[in-house]
Design a protein around this ligand. Structure first.
Ligand SMILES: CC(C)(COP(=O)(O)OP(=O)(O)OC[C@H]1O[C@@H](n2cnc3c(N)ncnc32)[C@H](O)[C@@H]1OP(=O)(O)O)[C@@H](O)C(=O)NCCC(=O)NCCS
Length: 169
């Protein structure tokens, strides 16, 4: 268990979460704002869990976590990533559309920021988002992250907005 909040719990993703992951990564919001990962069946979803979140837990001690209601219903992912193009870890999140607009993302992301600071000892947390992702930007600002500059995640990639909770970046 990574964290619990009044309405949610955050824990590491396991292979048994493949069906939930398959649904989440094919939601319109994920495809539009994060990208189409080409995950079309349970095998693909298991491979994603192993090579994505679970590899990150092993390499960095953190990654994207599963967010569930207290009754165990999975509703989203939220966690920390270490990108090659950023000098500090960044926060990421995605929720099923059925569970949006209820403050769940803010609740999970607030717990993730506290976990980063208090358990992992990370001072600087960044985030990147497409400029048109208004819901993500609103959430980042509620978390206390501020726009730093426009940047690119790769030479031929799209321009993204870089946010940080530290003004030194
Ligand atoms: C980004 C994303 C996680 C934001 O989710 P969200 O549902 O907007 O965020 P929240 O769950 O915090 O809900 C916020 C809304 O709930 C409302 N709300 C309702 N009950 C609430 C409560 N108890 N506490 C707080 N807010 C509450 C807020 O007022 C807010 O409304 P507003 O948007 O009109 O200001 C979601 O849009 C998503 O999954 N997008 C696709 C993936 C993605 O883009 N990820 C980010 C890539 S950078």
């Amino acid at each position: 268990m990574i964290a619990t909040t009044p309405r949610l719990r955050l824990e590491k993703l396991a292979l048994t979460d493949a069906l939930f992951v398959l649904k989440l990564v094919n939601e319109p919001g994920w495809i539009r704002f994060i990208g189409d990962r080409g995950i079309r069946n349970l095998d693909n979803a298991e491979t994603y869990i192993i090579t994505g979140p679970q590899k990150s837990y092993a390499d960095h001690g953190f990654g994207l976590f599963k967010v569930s209601l207290l009754d165990g219903t999975p509703i989203g992912m939220c966690g920390l990533l270490q990108r090659s193009y950023l000098e500090h870890p960044d926060i990421g999140f995605a929720f099923l559309e059925d569970y949006s607009g209820m403050g769940y993302a803010l609740e999970a992301a607030t717990a993730t920021m506290e976990y980063a600071r208090d358990t992992l000892g990370l001072k600087t947390i960044m985030a990147t988002t497409l400029p048109e992702n208004e819901r993500s930007i609103r959430l980042l600002e509620k978390l206390g992250l501020r726009f730093i500059r426009l940047t690119k995640t790769s030479l031929d990639g799209p321009e993204v907005k870089l946010f940080s909770n530290s003004s030194e970046d």
